[in-house]
Design a protein around this ligand. Structure first.
Ligand code: ZN
Length: 271
């Protein structure tokens, strides 16, 4: 599943082909992904100029000069293909730009989404309205976490997956950040010390920044936006390493299930 670093690298890759470009032709090859495409999408985008690209949590943003922003989510299996040699049955939305680039949004499982939102109203758009701060923004601080987690008895791991606490963090990077900050994933969130939260914030940023720097992907079938099927064998410390040696203490990495999802951690290093 594309996580925040994949979305960030996708947006950066798309920007090279879309920023400042006219969307000369927009084609939908079916009516829906997870939800129907918004009515009037093709009309709203065709002929518009792209004025900027961005990201909020795991959503990509393509802003236009018509004060509307196309908001996309890659779901489980979505990816953008750049200059695809041939379009396949999973290329559901195709954009051709004024300078002749062709890009397609390919999503075999169709858990992704595309929305059209008034740019001025983006922050108030329901999926964004209740979101916590971006993990790579100055808004994420130990003080914010201390306030948001105060009195909460749920496990810190689960609270960090809650988009209202921090936006856009997924399973992989929560596991990695907790390891790096030496926090036990089952610790009740309200009992994590201020010192530990102060370690956690830079740990979250570091694991995301490193993944973005590595190119983002963690999945074999994830395509880079330049059309190359590429993924990046990012060396995780704990994720999916059950039974392998902890790089710090040498003990085997453990795995537990929290909220129906696996957590990998070191029982010795994380308290
Ligand atoms: Zn260890």
């Amino acid at each position: 599943m594309p996580e925040l670093p994949e979305v960030e690298t996708t947006v950066r890759g798309l920007a090279r082909f879309l920023d400042g470009e006219i969307l000369a032709r927009v084609t939908l090859n079916r009516a829906d992904l997870r939800r129907p495409f918004p009515p009037g999408l093709v009309q709203a985008l065709t002929g518009a100029r792209v004025t900027g690209l961005g990201r909020r949590a795991k959503y990509g943003l393509i802003q236009t000069d018509r004060d509307r922003t196309m908001v996309f989510h890659l779901g489980m299996s979505g990816r953008w293909r750049i200059e695809p040699e041939a379009l396949g049955k999973h290329d559901h939305l195709v954009i051709e730009t004024g300078s002749g680039h062709r890009l397609s949004l390919c999503d075999p499982r169709r858990f992704g989404s595309v929305d059209l939102v008034d740019t001025a109203g983006l922050e108030a758009w329901p999926p964004f309205a209740a979101m916590g701060p971006e993990p790579l923004s100055p808004g994420l601080t130990a003080g914010h976490l201390a306030t948001a987690l105060a009195g909460r008895s749920a496990a810190i791991k689960l609270m960090l997956l809650d988009q209202r606490i921090v936006a856009g963090l997924g399973n992989i990077y929560v596991c990695e950040a907790l390891y790096r900050a030496r926090i036990h994933p089952e610790k009740p969130a309200g009992q994590v010390s201020r010192a530990a939260l102060t370690r956690l914030v830079p740990a979250i940023r570091a694991v995301l920044d490193e993944a973005i720097a590595a190119g983002g992907s963690t999945l074999r079938d994830y395509a880079q936006p330049d059309g190359q099927l590429g993924y990046f064998a990012k060396a995780f410390d704990v994720y999916d390493r059950q039974g392998e040696d902890c790089r710090s203490c040498g003990r085997p990495i453990g795995r537990i299930v929290q909220g129906g999802r696996s957590t990998w951690f070191c029982q010795r290093c994380q308290r």
